[in-house]
Write a protein that binds this ligand. Structure first.
Ligand code: MG
Length: 454
């Protein structure tokens, strides 16, 4: 028995002795003193004490950076011990707040904070109808908050609990874009100057250029809503290969180029376009198919050799099984604040290791800093990491609301080394930025007004 084990054993003996004496004051005094020399305070169960339980679960809604963010705060019976998780669903933010405060709080109060998997499984089935956004977002927030608490109790950052670091920091890809091919090229060069080795390229966002220059027929006819977007599918399909050609020529072979189709095109059009992109060696092509067209995977995969990334719209981790065992795509695009948190994301990441599928977690602007931190902790710990989306520098307001935000330098992201996920919240500051119902919509139409599925 080494010194440390002896101390723990002595602590246990003292604890049993104290129990026999029936003195609660003695219990805390004796065991705490004896165990102080240990590197980490043993968890309550290891000391034979009552488990730490959930006292309350609440939603904190804020938008310091302009996007509605929802954070779950789990408070415990241990004074000062709480956890935070991201439950953001920008477009339906109030519904998530209701799910947390009207259902999740009642579900969780009194449960043991140690048993993350059990609580995940219990909440998942507690509504019977499951596997949808809103409840999934709430569950993501709870799950991340419980990992945050577990890290704080262990005195370790969450990546340590997941196995420790596989890399010194997390490589990122930036979003380069522009209204013309020249603007896209300039944007890529700026990322290269900043040290980025991976850049996503989009001409005119997701819809291709020209969509704002023309008044589409449906708008001229007064059809649809005022804010509805227009996409010229054929302009998009012809412009993307031209953009790749120009960027490769101007920016060289070393830079890794990514592109997001955003599910908007017809499967055969996607196949034809991807064949043209093969010669430019894309790192991956993202979201080639809408969730309604997943039965096209086999044909798509057999038709082109470009690598694919998919999955940000998946609600349930079971949706990854078939594409993964069939090698339909190469990168996992999980939105961790939507799939149910760190617990299910880790399962998919580990499954990917067996099928040579790598992680590429979704990292858009409408994720709370604590959610970005959850992405990064997994990125650090899994061997089959691919790439991480998100080249941010959090603004002053965001950093005031969320002390401990991840930091970004030379194309890499870093978490701080504080126990847990490392991100805190200042509720007084958060309250200064109330959420609203003005989140951008996803209504995109063709010339004649037909809705395009994003
Ligand atoms: Mg995407």
């Amino acid at each position: 028995m080494n010194k440390e084990e002896k101390q723990i054993a002595n602590g246990r003996r003292d604890f049993m002795k104290t129990l026999a004496m029936g003195s609660a004051a003695g219990l805390f005094g004796l065991s705490a003193n004896k165990l102080n020399a240990a590197p980490y305070e043993p968890a309550s169960y290891a000391k034979g004490m009552a488990p730490v339980k959930i006292k309350s679960v609440k939603a904190i809604a804020t938008r310091p950076g302009g996007s509605n963010l929802i954070v779950v705060k789990v408070e415990t019976t241990e004074p000062g011990l709480y956890g935070l998780g991201c439950a953001t669903f920008t477009q339906r933010a109030f519904a998530v707040v209701t799910a947390i405060e009207k259902y999740m709080n009642e579900f969780a109060v009194g449960r043991d904070v140690d048993n993350i998997e059990d609580m995940w499984q219990a909440f998942y089935v507690s509504s019977y109808w499951r596997n949808g956004p809103v409840l999934n977002n709430a569950l993501s927030g709870l799950d991340e908050a419980l990992w945050d608490i577990k890290g704080k109790r262990a005195g370790m950052p969450v990546y340590q609990l997941l196995g420790g670091k596989c890399r010194f920091a997390v490589p990122l890809y930036g979003h380069a874009g522009g209204r013309s091919i020249e603007e896209v090229v300039d944007s890529v060069k700026k990322f290269q100057e900043r040290g980025f080795k991976y850049v996503r390229i989009q001409l005119g966002g997701y819809g291709g250029v020209g969509r704002d220059a023309k008044v589409p027929d449906f708008k001229a006819a007064g059809f649809g809503g005022e804010k509805d977007n227009f996409m010229d599918e054929y302009e998009y399909l012809s412009n993307v290969p031209k953009m790749f050609e120009a960027v490769r020529k101007a920016c060289g072979e070393e830079i890794e180029l990514l592109h997001d189709i955003h599910e908007r095109n017809q499967p055969m059009d996607v196949i034809n376009m991807c064949r043209k992109l093969e010669q430019y060696r894309p790192f991956f092509i993202e979201d080639p198919l809408s969730p309604e067209n997943t039965h096209w995977w086999k044909q798509l995969r057999e038709s082109t050799s470009v690598p694919f990334a998919m999955g940000e719209l998946f609600n349930n981790i079971n949706e990854f099984v078939d594409p993964m065992v069939n090698h339909y795509f190469d990168y996992i695009r999980i939105h961790i604040s939507q799939i149910g948190g760190i617990t299910p994301a880790m399962k998919v990441a580990r499954l990917g290791e067996w099928f040579n599928v790598k992680t590429a977690w979704h990292g858009p602007g409408d994720v709370a800093p604590v959610g970005h931190a959850a992405n990064l902790h997994i990125d650090l710990a899994v061997w089959n990491f691919g790439i991480q989306e998100g080249a941010y520098s959090f603004g002053e307001k965001e950093q005031e609301v969320f002390p401990g935000c991840p930091t970004y330098k030379d194309g890499y992201a870093y978490v701080n080394e504080a126990p847990g996920l490392g991100v805190d919240i200042n509720e007084k500051e958060a309250a200064k930025y109330p959420i609203n119902n003005q989140a951008p919509g996803w209504t995109v139409r063709k010339y004649d007004g037909t809705i395009i599925r994003p």
